[in-house]
Design a protein around this ligand. Structure first.
Ligand code: FAD
Length: 577
């Protein structure tokens, strides 16, 4: 076996040339001989063709040469590639979703990259259980296509989304998958009930909360370190027909956060279906300022509505309410007014449009099309994503938004609250804690689960059990690999920087330096934060990132990928010799 893996590497290596002109001569070729030695049915691309596909990512800041790109046909091909790597003394394997990472996380220098998009169509099956509907989809499927098929064929849709849907199921589940629905349903990792995974041992395993549960939770938010997701079972809900999409403007950060936190802490029917927010520059800059707020070309941002006291940056709360075609306009208006009437935004700076649900979820696609036309989709994207605890978000605003980023970052600056637990938990916090504790003991339940049930006015143990089941999947599960700041409420902050095509290298370098400055400031100040989509250069930084979860992460690695073959681009573990 060793011999054939070495033969395979020896076979591929000559095709992987440093000279681009030579590499171009093999571009686009597949190598049946290599395919045979790997026992892989799918296509294998080497040289320039491999570098074209997997040598860069959306971040555009890394350029890495893989040995080969494999287009697997299914899990057996994926397991075949992993086993070949296991038999070699240096090969690594990276699953590549849609390559939308920023810092080379889906790359494998001199290794095998699995282009998961080739498996996109392998699964699509909707099923129904007493607990609700689900769809089985491929790890390599794009969320955009999952949405379109679920809605058009079944009138159903997943519950928790990212803002942009040109991402793969396996790619977002390896991180968390966060968007404006996460306050209610949790991240995407909390909305899957079963996975098929190829581990770093080359095993093909089905896992869930009850079957191989350690692997299930390891893989969720696991940065690709423990296994390659080939199938995910995603929870569904009835898809609404329409969405009212609203933006309202604030001048004061504390008023913005108070309203946002109030909205995300309400019960389902007492809030919007989507809550996000962003910071923008108080000026007419087309990329960073007022023009980024209106939702329709007919809308005008009238700065005379702003109080004199307004600062250098302003805040926008972005909300959406689902409704059905059969709902009358006045019913929708009433629901909106009831909620919005409690919020303290700047009168006169409110924008809203009605649009089909699918168009709402695909809203960032329009921005993608524009960026592709003006060239900024291809330029580097030194993005920074963090989770910052509620405790420190005010200080973060004062230093980062109001000072370091007060002229904008060349793209959106998102900031909105997320809940660690479900909103029901908050509604119940006012209950007498002694009562809750004693009931929890007598029902052998966690206080949190019990509170969920009590809220639903469940009287019997049976009802409580049902109540707990109904509340499942609404929160960040501590058993998953993703790490969060302390506290029940934390904010996602995303500095989505776009570099203009005409920009000098120095402006891009300044952006990277500013990201580092922000992270270093957070560390220095003892800000309670975690990087989302993390990227570090040293082992010490990874240990700090995982904190008291580091040893669990290492144990999981030892169990599921002991040779450290998977996702080397995360730069957490070195391939074992
Ligand atoms: P890749 O970048 O290809 O892979 C990411 C990591 O996962 C790599 O380590 C890779 O090896 C691993 N991986 C890929 N597929 C699998 C698999 N099947 N099994 C196991 N491991 C795998 N994120 C949010 O949470 N919310 C957002 O709103 C959001 N918006 C975004 C908007 C844009 C325009 C972009 C570019 C990114 C956005 N992201 C968002 C970040 C996104 O979640 C990450 O880029 C993520 O990596 C998904 O991208 P991908 O599918 O291309 O995965």
């Amino acid at each position: 076996n060793h011999t054939y893996t070495h033969t395979m590497i020896a076979y591929i290596e000559p095709y992987f040339l440093d000279n681009d002109a030579d590499a171009a001569s093999v571009t686009g070729q597949s190598f049946d001989g290599v395919s045979e030695s790997l026992h892989i049915q799918g296509e294998i691309l080497c040289g320039g063709a491999a570098a074209d596909i997997a040598g860069k990512d959306f971040g555009g800041m890394n350029c890495v040469k893989p040995l080969a790109v494999v287009r697997p046909v299914g899990p057996e091909d994926i397991a075949g590639a992993v086993r070949a790597a296991l038999r070699s003394d240096k090969l690594t394997v990276a699953a590549r979703g849609n390559g939308h990472s920023i810092n080379g996380q889906a790359m494998a220098e001199g290794g095998l990259v699995l282009d998961m998009r080739s498996t996109a169509e392998n699964h699509f099956e909707v099923g129904f259980l007493p607990s609700g509907a689900f769809v089985d989809v491929s790890g390599g499927a794009l969320w955009e296509n999952v949405l379109k098929r679920c809605v058009s064929e079944y009138g159903l849709a997943p519950r928790s989304w990212t803002d942009y849907l040109g991402l793969t199921v396996g790619g977002t589940l390896s991180n968390a998958g966060v968007g404006g629905q996460a306050f209610r349903y949790g991240p995407q990792t909390s909305n899957v009930t079963e996975l098929d995974v190829v581990t770093g041992n080359g095993d093909v395993v089905t896992c869930s909360e009850v079957e191989n549960s350690e692997l299930f939770f390891s893989v969720l938010g696991g940065l690709g370190q423990f296994g390659i997701i080939t199938r995910a079972r995603v929870l569904l809900q009835p898809a609404p027909d329409m969405v009212r999409w609203i933006r309202i403007v604030y001048t004061e950060f504390d008023e913005f956060t108070r309203d946002a936190e109030w909205l995300v802490s309400q019960k389902d029917e007492s809030s919007f279906d989507y809550v996000e927010g962003f910071v923008f520059v108080n000026g007419d800059d087309p990329v960073n300022g007022w023009p980024t707020v209106p939702l329709h070309p007919d809308h005008d941002f009238d700065p005379t509505q702003l109080p004199q006291s307004s600062g250098s940056v302003l805040y926008c709360l972005e909300l959406a309410l689902h409704y059905r075609d059969s709902d009358s306009n006045s019913t929708v208006d009433k629901r909106v007014e009831r909620l919005i009437g409690r919020l303290r935004f700047v009168e006169g700076l409110r924008f809203e449009v009605d649009l089909p649900y699918v168009d709402f979820l695909l809203r960032v696609k329009r921005a993608e099309e524009i960026a592709k036309v003006n060239g900024t989709w291809e330029t580097p994207h030194p993005w920074l994503n963090l989770f910052v605890s509620k405790r420190d978000i005010g200080e973060f605003d004062r230093t980062v938004f109001k000072e370091l980023a007060k002229n904008g970052v060349g793209g959106p600056m998102l900031v909105y609250p997320l809940l660690r637990s479900s909103p029901l938990y908050f509604t119940e916090l006012c209950m007498d804690p002694r009562v809750v504790s004693s009931l929890a003991v007598s029902y052998l339940m966690s206080k949190r689960d019990l509170l969920h049930c009590l809220y639903n006015k469940a009287q019997t143990l049976d009802e409580i059990t049902r109540g707990v089941t109904a509340c499942e999947g609404t929160e960040w599960d501590d058993r998953a690999s993703v790490v969060l700041p302390e506290g029940e409420i934390f904010y996602i902050v995303a500095l989505l920087r776009f570099v203009p095509t005409c920009a000098k290298t120095s402006s891009f370098e300044k952006m990277v330096a500013q990201n580092q400055e922000i992270v270093q400031w957070c560390v220095r100040k003892g800000i309670d934060f975690k990087l989302y989509l993390p990227h570090y250069k040293s082992r010490e930084e990874w240990i700090r990132h995982f904190g008291n979860r580091w040893s669990r992460f290492v144990d999981r690695k030892t169990m599921y990928d002991p040779m450290a073959i998977l996702s080397p681009g995360q730069k957490i573990f070195n391939r074992a010799p």
